[in-house]
Design a protein around this ligand. Structure first.
Ligand code: NAD
Ligand code: 2HG
Length: 387
């Protein structure tokens, strides 16, 4: 029985994929084998030696200590694309909110109840302060053309916008899905200096944190409207607030409120609602639970952010799963231990990713305990499981 801890609310539709006879859900989680998480910050969490995997029901994994997990042989999964439509739809709202001063208009309309003049008269007198531009005919810059960025870019072409995209690491799949009317920018300056609206769809990493700063803003068009449904850390808030005050930035719509942004004129903060639809919560939970179950029960890895994708159909015998360093001689050393134990290797697969690699052997015959201990005694072996 595997113990699974949930650190956030995970849609019950996803949890149904963890069969009650094989998995025990334990929210106190003293010694979980697997963790299901959404946005809970795991950086200061103590991760026990028994922990095998963390499945993020969502896209961003910056709340998880991924490098530390890799070193300890903990597989981290995410759910690529599972919430992309939900975010795309909220970006549509964000585009309109950034231009038409809707949030400010709604807040103002609420104040009219206390006035002496009739509300309808006050509305017609006051509405001119909330005039804002249409989207059609304007230029939208999409930074990051992954699962969400591609959907946003394609949607914007249907709104009559001219769309420019920047992503030096775009995947082949994403490129195939991108509308051919999206203009490809080879550098960021080329995108930011011509766009009326800019939307961010990149992960928060050491390279991207604080990417929207005074220097980049100085290259943008005066009055540019910026949307951030990716991560708060991508934007230097001090620089952004000063640009909002000077009018260089016309509006900032973001999904990541923080102390300094609240109450700033021109800034519209949503409470991290990008993925908050029943459909997306369910998609993410189902995908994350399936990934976790497939790894815990059969050792297969799909959609990991720190280990390679490795899957093999399960045969009759035992399966030996080995997480190891990506260094020469490992396969020979692993198969040598199996051979010495008299095991016949029926099927085998091995893949590497960066500094790490994963090998699975399907063997006939019972696997003696000394195989596990023999493998673990080898240099550069991180984790061994016999399933
Ligand atoms: N607001 C929300 O609730 C919500 C929901 C989902 C995702 N997100 C955030 O949005 C991000 C993107 O999600 P996704 O599903 O599209 O992820 P994704 O991995 O499919 O796409 C990210 C894209 O960014 C590109 N990229 C990376 N570094 C870049 C850089 N320096 N410049 C330009 N492009 C760069 C990658 O090549 C990739 O194509 C996530 O990492 C997450 O932080 C937020
Ligand atoms: O779980 C959520 O509500 C947000 C998820 C989102 O930030 C993501 O990166 O996928």
């Amino acid at each position: 029985m595997y113990q699974v801890q949930t650190l956030n609310h995970i849609s019950p539709k996803g949890l149904e994929h963890l069969g009650a006879n094989l998995f025990a859900l334990d929210n106190e989680g003293s010694k979980p084998d697997g963790i299901l998480v959404r946005s809970a910050d795991m950086h200061n969490m103590e991760l026990g030696p028994q922990l095998l995997a963390v499945a993020r029901a969502g896209a961003g994994t910056n709340n998880i200590p991924v490098a530390d997990c890799s070193q300890r042989g903990i597989v981290v999964f995410n759910t690529p694309g599972a919430n992309a439509n939900a975010v795309k739809e909220l970006v549509l709202a964000g585009l309109v909110l950034s231009g038409r001063k809707i949030a400010q208009g709604i807040a103002w309309a609420q104040t009219l109840i206390a006035q002496t003049e009739p509300v309808a008269k006050l509305v017609e007198k006051g509405k001119k302060q909330f005039v804002g531009p249409e989207l059609a005919g304007k230029k939208l810059g999409v930074i990051g053309l992954g699962a969400i960025g591609v959907k946003v870019a394609n949607m914007a072409t249907h709104l009559g916008m001219e769309v420019l995209g920047y992503d030096p690491y775009i995947s082949i799949d994403a490129a195939w899905n991108l509308s051919r009317s999206v203009k490809h920018c080879v550098n960021l300056s080329d995108l930011v200096n011509q766009c009326d609206f800019i939307t961010l769809h990149i992960p928060a990493t050491a390279d991207t944190k604080g990417m929207v700063n005074a220097k980049l803003i100085s290259q943008m068009k005066h009055g540019v409207r910026i949307l951030n449904f990716a991560r708060g850390e991508l934007v230097n808030n001090v620089d952004l607030i000063s640009a909002l005050k000077s009018g260089r930035v016309g509006a900032y719509v973001c999904d990541f409120p923080c102390e300094e942004l609240l109450g700033v004129e021109g800034c519209v903060c949503l409470p991290h609602l990008g993925a908050s639809t029943p459909e997306s919560e369910e998609n993410c939970a189902v995908m994350a639970a399936q990934e976790l179950s497939d790894y815990l029960l059969d050792g297969n890895i799909r959609n990991s952010v720190n280990f390679p994708s490795v899957s093999m159909p399960r045969g009759e015998g035992n399966r030996i799963c080995v997480i190891h360093k990506n260094v020469p001689g490992m396969l020979a050393a692993i198969t040598d231990v199996a051979n010495k134990a008299g095991l016949n290797i029926e099927n085998m697969t091995n893949k590497s990713r960066g500094d790490y690699a994963y090998t699975m052997l399907d063997v006939t015959g019972l696997v003696p305990d000394e195989v596990g201990s023999g493998l673990l005694a080898l240099p550069d072996i991180i984790r061994v499981r016999v399933l």
